[in-house]
Design a protein around this ligand. Structure first.
Ligand code: NAP
Ligand code: MG
Length: 454
C-alpha cells in the first residue's frame, strides 16, 4: 500500500507535489526484485558495467539543470550549489565507471600451488540518505556499490525524495537493467529499518544522525550485516596567529553557513589563537554580514532557508539565551529562514559548543597555544572534518596529525573530494566512502587456492 506524501518547498512553505510513500510490504517486494536482479548484474562483464555507468553519468549530465531546479524547489539549496551537486553525481559515476576493470585481486606466493583473491559483490546494498545533500550522498553510495557488481535500493529522506526519484528514472533511460537500481520513498523507521532486518540486503550504507546510526548498527549485528555509517560532526576551524587572517576570515563563513549550516562537515567551532582573536573577529564580522542569504533561485544567493519548520525550531532552541556576538541577514516572510549567527563561547560545556546544531550557528573560542588548540579541536565525541590555517608548514602537519578527524584541510575549508577517502573518527561514523578503495567496502574478499601438486 502507498500513502501520498506532501513535498514542501522550504523557501515558500508551499506544497509543490506529492509522492507515493511505500509501506514495508512494498519495500519487501522492491528488495526481492533487487535480489532477483543481482546474479545477472554481477555477470555483466567489467567493461560493460563500466560502459553502463558512463551512460548513466551522461544521462545525469544531460539533466543537470533539471535536477538542480528540483533540488532548489525541494531542499532550498542555492542554485549554484544545486548545479554543483548534480555535477557531483555525474563525476562520481564517471570516476567509478573506470573501477570495474580495475577491481584487482592479488596473487599471493604460497607453498604447493597458486593463491589468488577475488572481490565478490555482496548482493543487494541498501543506501539510506539524509535530506541535507540528497544528490551527492546518494551517489557516494550507489555509484561504487553498482560498480562493484551489487544491486542497489536507495531510500532518500522523506523530506527530499525528488532528485533521487529522477535519478532512478535516468538510470533506466541510460540502459541499466530493470531492478539493478531502485529508489524507494518510505519512512525511515519502517522502510529504512527493513533494510536492516531483510536478510537479502547484505549491506546498509547510512548517512544521517548519530542516534539513527547507532540503532542501525545495533540492528545489523543480528545478521552480521555490513554497515557503513557517516554521522554527525562538530568540526573545528583552527586559526593560528601567523595565518593569512584576511583569507581565513573571508572563507570562514562559507565553511559553516554553506547549505545553511546543514552539513555534517560544517566548521561550527572556530578556534582562534588568542593573540589574533580581536583582529580575526573584526574581519569575520564584515564577512558574516556580507553573506547573501537570498531566495535560492537567485544566482547571487549564497545561503537559502533551513529544510523544515522543525529544523528551524531546533536551531532556534540553541540560540535562545546563547552569547550572540553578531548576526547576518535573512529574508522576512514565508520560508524557514535563519540568519547566520555567531556566538562567543566562554564555557566549553555549553550545548551550543558541544552539540551538532545543523544550522547556521558557529561558536568562536580563543586558545592559548598549539597544544591547547589541538586539544580543543578534539573536544567532544565527533571527528569528521576540520581546517587549520597557518603559514608554518611544520605546525600545520603536527596539528593535522594531532586532530582526531577523518578529513582535514590546511589553508582551505574543502571537505569532500570524490577521489579521496571520506569518513569519520570517533562517533562521526564507521568506514570510509569515496576514493580509490571505495569498492572494497561493497565487496567480500575471497581467497582461492589451486593445488599444483602432481
Ligand atoms: P535521521 O533520522 O538520521 O535521517 C536520515 C535518514 O535515515 C533518512 O532517510 C531517514 O528517513 C532515515 N532513518 C531515520 N531513522 C531510521 C531508522 N531507524 N532506520 C533506518 N533509516 C532511518 O536524521 P533527521 O532526523 O532527518 O535529522 C536529525 C538530525 O540529524 C539533524 O538535525 C542533524 O543534526 C543530524 N543529521 C546529520 C546528517 C549528516 O550528514 N551527518 C544528515 C542529516 C541529519 P526519514 O527521512 O523517512 O525519516
Ligand atoms: Mg530522524
Amino acid at each position: 500500500m502507498t500513502t501520498p506524501l506532501d513535498i514542501i518547498n522550504p523557501s515558500t512553505e508551499e506544497v509543490i507535489t506529492q509522492v507515493a510513500m511505500l509501506d514495508v510490504g512494498e519495500a519487501d517486494r522492491v528488495i526481492e526484485r533487487a535480489a532477483v536482479a543481482a546474479p545477472a548484474w554481477r555477470r555483466v562483464t567489467p567493461a560493460d558495467r563500466g560502459r553502463l555507468l558512463r551512460r548513466f553519468a551522461e544521462a545525469v549530465d544531460a539533466h543537470i539543470e533539471e535536477l538542480a531546479q528540483l533540488e532548489v524547489a525541494n531542499s532550498g539549496h542555492t542554485i549554484g550549489n544545486a548545479r554543483w551537486e548534480a555535477g557531483n553525481v555525474r563525476d562520481v559515476l564517471t570516476y567509478y565507471s573506470a573501477a570495474p576493470e580495475r577491481h584487482i585481486g592479488k596473487q599471493i606466493p604460497v607453498a604447493g600451488g597458486v593463491d589468488v583473491t577475488f572481490y565478490e559483490p555482496l548482493g543487494v546494498v541498501g543506501v539510506i540518505v539524509p535530506w541535507n545533500f540528497p544528490m551527492p550522498i546518494a551517489g557516494w553510495g550507489f555509484a561504487p556499490a553498482l560498480a562493484a557488481g551489487n544491486t542497489v535500493v536507495l531510500k532518500p529522506a522523506s523530506l527530499t525524495p525528488l532528485t533521487a526519484l529522477r535519478i532512478g528514472e535516468l538510470a533506466l533511460e541510460a540502459g541499466l537493467p530493470e531492478n539493478v537500481f531502485q529508489v524507494v520513498v518510505g519512512e525511515g523507521s519502517s522502510v529504512g529499518q527493513r533494510f536492516v532486518t531483510h536478510p537479502s540486503v547484505r549491506k546498509v550504507c547510512f548517512t544521517g544522525s548519530t542516534s539513527a546510526g547507532q540503532r542501525i548498527m545495533e540492528g545489523c549485528a543480528a545478521q552480521m550485516k555490513r554497515v557503513t555509517l557517516e554521522l554527525g560532526g562538530k568540526s573545528a576551524n583552527v586559526i593560528f596567529a601567523d595565518a593569512d587572517l584576511e583569507r581565513a576570515a573571508a572563507a570562514a563563513p562559507y565553511a559553516v553557513f554553506d547549505n545553511a549550516g546543514q552539513d555534517c562537515c560544517a566548521r561550527s567551532r572556530i578556534l582562534v589563537e588568542a593573540s589574533a582573536y580581536d583582529r580575526f573577529m573584526e574581519l569575520f564580522e564584515v564577512a558574516v554580514r556580507n553573506v547573501k542569504v537570498l531566495d535560492p533561485r537567485d544566482e547571487a544567493s549564497e545561503m537559502g532557508p533551513l529544510i523544515s519548520a522543525g529544523q528551524r525550531e531546533s536551531v532556534s532552541s540553541y540560540v535562545e539565551g546563547a552569547p550572540v556576538a553578531f548576526r547576518g541577514h535573512a529574508p522576512e516572510g514565508p520560508g524557514y529562514w535563519f540568519p547566520p549567527t555567531v556566538l562567543e563561547t566562554t564555557d566549553r560545556s555549553e550545548r551550543t559548543y558541544c552539540e551538532e546544531i545543523f544550522g547556521p550557528v558557529v561558536s568562536v573560542v580563543p586558545f592559548a597555544d598549539e597544544a591547547e588548540g589541538v586539544a580543543m579541536a578534539n573536544d567532544g565525541p565527533y571527528g569528521l572534518s576540520g581546517s587549520i590555517w597557518t603559514r608554518d608548514v611544520g605546525r600545520a602537519l603536527r596539528a593535522a596529525r594531532g586532530i582526531e578527524t577523518g578529513t582535514i584541510s590546511i589553508n582551505s575549508n574543502s571537505s569532500v573530494r570524490y577521489a579521496t577517502p571520506f569518513g569519520g573518527f570517533k562517533q562521526s561514523g564507521l568506514g570510509r566512502e569515496l576514493g580509490p578503495d571505495a569498492l572494497r567496502s561493497f565487496s567480500e574478499e575471497k581467497n582461492v587456492f589451486i593445488s599444483t601438486e602432481e
